[in-house]
Every structure is written in structure tokens, then in C-alpha cells.
Design a protein. Structure first.
Length: 250
């Protein structure tokens, strides 16, 4: 068998009904290539690697889990990438779908990785700590709306699918989980400078309780800062609002 490693944030899914719901969600849309992030003990891997007509790969950091998976499911030989999702090169040459019970301690970093690969990632079905899932899916004006909401929704539409109870895992985490779907929308806002866009959004939410004129004054001329939008708070701006502001930056 295998052991659980707290250092890697491992909480393994054991609820078969939840596993099947996740697999059903990813199969709702057609795909040719599928990457599973963190297969662990193979709770959903055992369903995914059987899907016919696709190129399946998984990325796993834990050598013990890789050995277990390859022995238990010989078909996975050569399909598991040894390493971290945050460090490996892009796993496919063409477009692909991503699925995973993402380690909660690096889930936000994984999302930034997905944004890096946005030109090739068609869809993401991911399980997160519930509050992170809600944050990613939150609309403007919602208390959960924040940096992740804006940056992901700039390129992906987000659908909250369902909650997952703590007892669905071994060991049970201290928080509930949530499964969301992120579908690539292309580049609807024509964001030409990602570095500038990221900087604007992160700085705005750095002082989210203040009017935007305070945290953002360094980026705009005095004339631009007189616009009404700067009397709002970061959580009240839509993705389009941020893109429009970016175009006015010094």
C-alpha cells in the first residue's frame, strides 16, 4: 500500500460517489488530452485512465504513490510525470483538460500555473478547499471576490459544481471542499500586458477596504485619478473595469 504524507498536504479521496461525480463532470465535454494533478492513491485515476480515445497523463511528486499506481494499474506505466505541477514543462503539445484534487497548500499557485498555460488549457475540473473554490467563482461585489477571482475570470468562466464533506477524505481535512469547473473563454478582454494587469489587480486588493484612489495612485496621473471609478473599492470592479483601468496606467 502507501503512506500519507502530511508534508505534501495529502488528503486522499475515498468516497466513490464523489469520485464518480468528478469523473462525470470532466466527461461532459469532449477532450483529446487529459492531465490529472496529484493522483495520490488513484481514487479518480482508476476511472480516468480507462477513458478510451484520449491521451492521459498524471503528474505526481511522491515516488511512493507513483510506484503504487504503476503496480496497481500497469496501464499507467510511462504515463505518470514525476515532479511538481509548479515546475514541470507543459505536458502536451496541443490543447488539454486538467483535473485534480489539488493539494490545498499550493492550490492558488496551481491556478497561476494554469493561467500561464491558458493558451492550451481548455478546461479545469478541480477540487479545492471550499473557501478557495468560492473565491475563484465569486462575482464582483461578493465578499469572497478577490485577486484569484479577477485573474482567473479574465480568461475562464467558472461554475461551482458541488460541495464535498470532510468525511469523504482520509484523513479528513479540517475544512469542507468544493469542486468547480473553469472553462477557457479565450482572451475576451484582449489583455495585452499580463504583468501590468496582475500588478494592478494585486495592488488594488492589497488595501481592499479603501477607495481605489489610495492604493492605485502610484499608477495613474492626477487627472485620471479624478474619475468616479477611483471612489469604489477593489471588490466592486468587474474584470472589464480592471482591464479598462490597465489601459489608463502610466
Amino acid at each position: 500500500m502507501y503512506t500519507l504524507k502530511k508534508s505534501l498536504g495529502q488528503h486522499f479521496l475515498k468516497d466513490e460517489a464523489v469520485c464518480q461525480r468528478i469523473v462525470a463532470a470532466v466527461r461532459e465535454h469532449r477532450f483529446e488530452r487529459l492531465l490529472e494533478v496529484g493522483p495520490g492513491g488513484g481514487a479518480i485515476t482508476k476511472y480516468l485512465h480507462r477513458i478510451e480515445g484520449i491521451d492521459f497523463k498524471a503528474v505526481e511528486l511522491d515516488d511512493e504513490k507513483i510506484e503504487y499506481l504503476e503496480k496497481t494499474y500497469p496501464h499507467l506505466q510511462g504515463k505518470i510525470i514525476r515532479g511538481s505541477i509548479l515546475e514541470i514543462p507543459k505536458p502536451f503539445a496541443g490543447n488539454f483538460t486538467v483535473i485534480g484534487n489539488f493539494p490545498y497548500n499550493i492550490s492558488s499557485q496551481i491556478m497561476f500555473r494554469m493561467i500561464e498555460w491558458k493558451d492550451d488549457v481548455n478546461e479545469i475540473i478541480g477540487m479545492f478547499q471550499k473557501e478557495v473554490a468560492e473565491r475563484i467563482a465569486a462575482p464582483p461585489g461578493n465578499k469572497d471576490y478577490g485577486i484569484l477571482s479577477v485573474l482567473i475570470q479574465a480568461w475562464f468562466s467558472v461554475e461551482y459544481l458541488f460541495d464535498v464533506d470532510e468525511q469523504s477524505f482520509n484523513p479528513p481535512p479540517k475544512v469542507k471542499s468544493g469542486v468547480i469547473r473553469m472553462t477557457n473563454n479565450g482572451d475576451p478582454y484582449n489583455i495585452t500586458d499580463m504583468r501590468k494587469f496582475f500588478l494592478l489587480v494585486k495592488t488594488a486588493f492589497g488595501q481592499r477596504r479603501k477607495q481605489l484612489r489610495n492604493p492605485l495612485k502610484q499608477f495613474f496621473t492626477a487627472d485620471v485619478l479624478q474619475k468616479d471609478i477611483f471612489t469604489k473599492r477593489a471588490e466592486n470592479l468587474s474584470v472589464k473595469d480592471y482591464v479598462d483601468l490597465m489601459k489608463l496606467m502610466k
